[in-house]
Ligand binder design. Structure first.
Ligand SMILES: *[C@@H]1O[C@H](CO)[C@@H](O)[C@H](O)[C@H]1NC(C)=O
Ligand SMILES: *[C@@H]1O[C@H](CO)[C@@H](O)[C@H](O)[C@H]1NC(C)=O
Ligand SMILES: *[C@@H]1O[C@H](CO)[C@@H](O)[C@H](O)[C@H]1NC(C)=O
Ligand SMILES: *[C@@H]1O[C@H](CO)[C@@H](O)[C@H](O)[C@H]1NC(C)=O
Length: 456
């Protein structure tokens, strides 16, 4: 800690003036005026991109510096694809395309070998969903010799469909892809929810029933296991070593969001089926009960207690993004959902007075002010919720049958050399087991010895 120093009258005055300037620089947001929403989005987006250095010579395109994990970079490029779609501002398109294409990996399925140690199904999905948004938004296509947005999304989907795991819990996806990563025995809601999300959106985009069948299967499985309950509350996940008989009951905004937008796409795909309509209404009612204060979104599991980690600080971004996408595919939700985007955007904008330029957004929108928390997640959340208010003036998204230009490949990701079986590490040999047993006995002896030593 630095030694305390009495602040001079002059420096107090300087601070006061600075605070006044910051006050003036607070983002103005008039939700009735699309230009105002665009201007506010630009300020927040530029600040978000200031964290990213991957486009610089010698840096790796697509990676955010520590402490951000690889997945959050994929989420951020998804936010920038949305940013272009909503505002028409192409300032960040070049770094977005560069990053997306650099991270596709040798099989064009967002499985780059550098990320083996951090990549779970949900991580892969955030890149896949960014590619899918690019197809839906008609984001400029890569040159013909490069992988294409739709095919990349299909590849992610197909690799995950091949990982559907019936060895426990009657199905579902494990969190982790590789058995050597922690969390391999966890079946978490976000991994399964993002597969549902992509399946439903691919069904609408391609009009191919196979994707809808998978989305149905996933919904039914999550429901049967209890990852979602009859109040449409979505819990964090379940341990497959216990055959998913026990749940982690934490609720996160992005889990509700990913199921909401998936259900909206299934509703659209089925031409407005009452079954999906009821599910959408149920999810909205769950969101209203758990994640809103005066219509302002908050991360109730960690914001009130101040424990949101780096990942969790970005989750509201995805709920906002998916609420907007739900309004598009299920327009009957407009009257219920648009006020949430409005109140939340207004509150988020009021929190964007931090940092040197007075454009850093805080975490807790419900406080009505900047709370001192800054980062990519805070910035992305504010960006998504503010720009989502342009949903009523944006051209609708496209599908293959209505103006979509991205080239697909239904078999992408199925010819990979890494089959689902190969993803699992070599089975343990008897020698390994014997070695592990000896190690366990040794550790126990050390612990018992230590305890005995302390007793005497
Ligand atoms: C993998 O890491 C190497 C070394 O840092 C880097 O040169 C390369 O661009 C990385 N590849 C990807 C896809 O990130
Ligand atoms: C595991 O759970 C699934 C789905 O609930 C069930 O069908 C299966 O019988 C259970 N297996 C065991 C061994 O209890
Ligand atoms: C499906 O989505 C389109 C826009 O993508 C919308 O115009 C249409 O009304 C939706 N269908 C239903 C049944 O709401
Ligand atoms: C539909 O999708 C499935 C699964 O990816 C694929 O095997 C099939 O070829 C697709 N059908 C068409 C007509 O594209």
């Amino acid at each position: 800690m630095k030694p305390f120093r009495r602040r001079s009258a002059e420096s107090s005055l300087a601070v006061a003036i600075l605070l006044c300037i910051q006050q003036i620089q607070a983002i103005t947001l008039d939700l009735q005026n699309p230009d105002s929403i665009k201007a506010a989005s630009k300020i927040v987006a530029d600040e978000m991109v200031s964290y990213y250095t991957g486009y610089r010579p010698g840096d790796v395109p697509g990676n955010l510096p520590a402490p951000y994990y690889w997945w959050e970079a994929g989420a951020m490029f998804g936010a920038l694809i949305d940013y272009w779609y909503f505002t028409g501002d192409d300032t960040h398109n070049a770094i977005t395309t560069q990053a997306m294409l650099h991270q596709v990996g040798p099989q064009n399925d967002f499985m780059p070998p550098n990320q083996t140690k951090t990549e779970g199904n949900d991580d892969q999905s955030f890149w896949g969903m960014a590619a899918l948004s690019a197809a839906e938004d008609n984001f400029p296509n890569p040159s013909a010799d490069q992988p294409q947005w739709l095919a990349l999304a299909q590849a992610v989907f197909n690799t995950q469909a091949a990982r559907w795991d019936t060895s426990s819990c009657g199905g579902g996806l494990k969190w982790q892809i590789f058995s050597f990563n922690g969390g391999y025995n966890y079946k978490n809601t976000i991994s399964n929810g993002c597969f549902f999300n992509m399946g439903a959106r691919l069904a609408v985009y391609t009009n191919n029933q196979t994707y809808a069948d998978w989305a149905d299967r996933m919904w039914n499985w999550c429901s049967a296991i209890g990852l979602m309950d009859d109040q449409y509350f979505f819990y964090d996940g379940s341990d497959d070593l216990l055959n998913c008989t026990k749940l982690d009951h934490l609720q996160w905004t992005y889990n509700a969001g990913t199921f909401l937008v998936g259900a909206a796409n299934m509703y659209n795909y089925t031409d407005g089926s009452p079954v999906w309509e009821a599910r959408i209404n149920g999810i909205i009612s769950g969101i209203t009960k758990i994640f809103l204060k005066d219509n302002v979104i908050y991360e109730q599991a960690c914001e009130p207690v101040g424990t949101c980690n780096i990942d969790q600080r970005s989750f509201k971004a995805y709920l906002a993004r998916w609420i907007a996408a739900t309004i598009v595919r299920a327009p009957f939700t407009y009257d219920q959902l648009k006020p949430i985007l409005e109140a939340s955007a207004q509150a988020a904008a009021a929190s964007c007075t931090g940092g040197d330029g007075g454009a850093s957004c805080g975490l807790q929108w419900t406080t009505g002010a900047f709370d001192g928390s800054t980062g990519v997640g805070e910035q992305m959340s504010a960006l998504e919720v503010i720009q989502s208010n342009l949903i009523s003036v944006s051209a609708g998204p496209v599908t293959e049958g209505s103006g979509g230009t991205s080239k697909g490949d239904p078999s992408a990701g199925t010819t990979s050399d890494i089959g689902p079986g190969d993803l699992h590490a070599e089975p343990l040999t008897t020698a390994d087991r014997a070695g592990a047993a000896i190690l366990t006995v040794l550790i126990c002896l050390v612990i018992i010895g230590g305890a005995w030593w302390m007793v005497i």
